[in-house]
Design a protein around this ligand. Structure first.
Ligand SMILES: Cc1ncc(COP(=O)(O)O)c(C=O)c1O
Length: 456
């Protein structure tokens, strides 16, 4: 008797299975494998991963060179504790990373993900001041909109109400200021005739709280998922850098999303000549293959801690890990050899021009923004007034769902216009994307917008 092969179910409902999924209201497609910018589910359906998950799968899926590197590493090493041993490849990798980082960053502490990197960075800033005898400096100035992570320290400097609300009793209080956001200027001004009020707000807030209380200012050099690829005006960071220096405040650049080549330079800071005191890089630094991130700092910070307490009073089991740093090194070599950062810059221009084309076609697209392969489109009800769609319409989510049905994976950004409303979609494909693949992305995106626009 011939036994029929059992067909796998196309999707999985979180309530029916044992995994505690991130989304409990969603039917998960079950992915079988990936190749390049594509993912394939168990029924054979093909998806273009036009955001590399969440700007993580930067070298694409199923990369042979990296799977070989992982096999070699795991043959040679098991777990090695960071307080007991080091390895040659980790030492070399750190040097190579510092060489391509913004000037002045010459020490690197390897972490796991973005949130624990933010914890590491803010503790590093605090210990720097503590070790120099400035024990009153502990507050962190942060911006809105922004996203810095889900752990309690990172959430304390992440402004979004819906993320914070439940955990508010756990969160330390820190001062927040409006971010640069020219399309929706918080001061209702128009660049360039705005005197960069958003940057000077930092100084006002320092004076209000007392410089002797402020340890650090944390900011994304290009705002990621909280508002969708918002790029600062060129004057912003020179002003902010000067203010931080004047009041002895360390500047943390959160490049978890924008870093490691995504914007067409190794780091977004390098577009603006910004030399931060601490920089964090994650997501695509390992191509998403292992949990790896990096916290860079200057020698000034390292020496203050060495001469002060003597050690950084911090650590996780998996920091400075032999396997993850080995994978990171292989990914760095791959990105360099294939000149993928240059491809981000070049294909980014093409993608941006195509998104501008969509904005000509659809009245509901109010803004196109971004740098390199980190781009977004914002939807508005009224182009003139920039009035957002009411949140209850779930516009961005519906466009995303429609695109997913058509085989395109995108990323949405919500609530940035006024804390509740605001719909944007990010398009940020893997670095080796070709022009014809961008054309395919734009075609499905355009069909999806058209389909939803009809229902408005
Ligand atoms: C700018 C930024 N910082 C921090 C994080 C937190 O990273 P993770 O989700 O890896 O903890 C994210 C995640 O999206 C991010 O975009």
């Amino acid at each position: 008797m011939k036994i029929k092969p059992k067909l796998q179910k196309k999707t999985i409902k979180p309530s029916k299975n044992s995994v505690f999924h991130r989304r409990l209201d969603y039917q998960y497609p079950v992915i079988d494998h990936g190749k390049g910018i594509y993912l394939y589910d168990e029924s054979g359906k093909k998806y273009i991963d036009a955001v590399g998950g969440a700007l993580v799968a930067n070298i694409g899926h199923g990369v042979k060179e990296i799977s070989q590197a992982i096999a070699k590493l795991t043959k040679r090493f098991g777990f090695i504790h960071a307080s007991q041993f080091t390895t040659r490849h980790m030492e070399e990798y750190a040097k190579e990373l510092c060489r391509i980082a913004p000037k002045g960053l010459n020490k690197v502490y390897f972490t796991l993900g973005g949130s624990d990197s933010v914890e590491t960075a803010i503790k590093l800033a605090r210990q720097y001041h503590y070790d120099l005898g400035n024990k009153g400096k502990y507050k962190i100035i942060y911006t809105y909109p922004s996203y810095h992570g889900a752990t309690l320290g990172a959430l304390a400097v992440t402004p979004k109400k819906s993320f914070r609300e439940i955990y508010e009793p756990y969160l330390a209080k820190h001062p927040k200021i409006p971010s640069y956001f020219c399309y929706r200027c918080p001061f209702k001004k128009t660049y360039p005739g705005c005197d960069m009020e958003c940057a000077w707000e930092l100084e006002k807030t320092i004076k209000k709280n007392g410089a002797n209380k402020i340890a650090t200012f944390i900011i994304e050099p290009i705002v990621g998922a909280s508002a969708g690829a918002v790029v600062p005006p060129k004057e912003y960071f020179p002003i902010v850098r000067k203010i931080c220096d004047k009041y002895n405040i360390l500047l943390i650049a959160d490049e978890i999303m924008s870093g490691f080549g995504r914007t067409g330079k190794w780091y977004a800071c390098q577009h603006f000549g910004l030399e931060p005191d601490i920089l964090i890089s994650g997501k695509g630094i390992s191509g998403g293959l292992v949990p790896l991130s990096a916290v860079f700092c200057t020698d000034k910070i390292f020496q203050a801690i060495k001469k002060g307490t003597g050690n950084f009073s911090h650590g996780f089991t998996y920091v400075n890990n032999v396997i993850t740093t080995g994978v990171g090194k292989a990914v760095l070599e791959y990105v360099k050899n294939k000149k993928l950062v240059d491809n981000c810059a070049e294909k980014g221009k093409y993608l941006y021009s195509k998104l501008c084309g969509l904005a000509k076609e659809f009245e509901i697209i109010g803004d196109v923004r971004g740098k390199g392969l980190m781009t977004a489109i914002e939807f508005v009800k009224n182009r003139k007034t920039k009035e957002p769609f009411p949140r209850k319409l779930h516009l961005a989510e519906r466009i995303l769902q429609t695109a997913m049905k058509k085989g395109l994976n995108l990323y949405f950004c919500l609530g940035f216009a006024d804390g509740v409303n605001g719909d944007a979609i990010m398009v940020a494909p893997p670095f080796a994307v070709t022009k014809s693949e961008i054309d395919k992305i734009i075609k499905i995106l355009s069909d999806s917008i058209r389909e939803i626009q009809k229902t408005l």
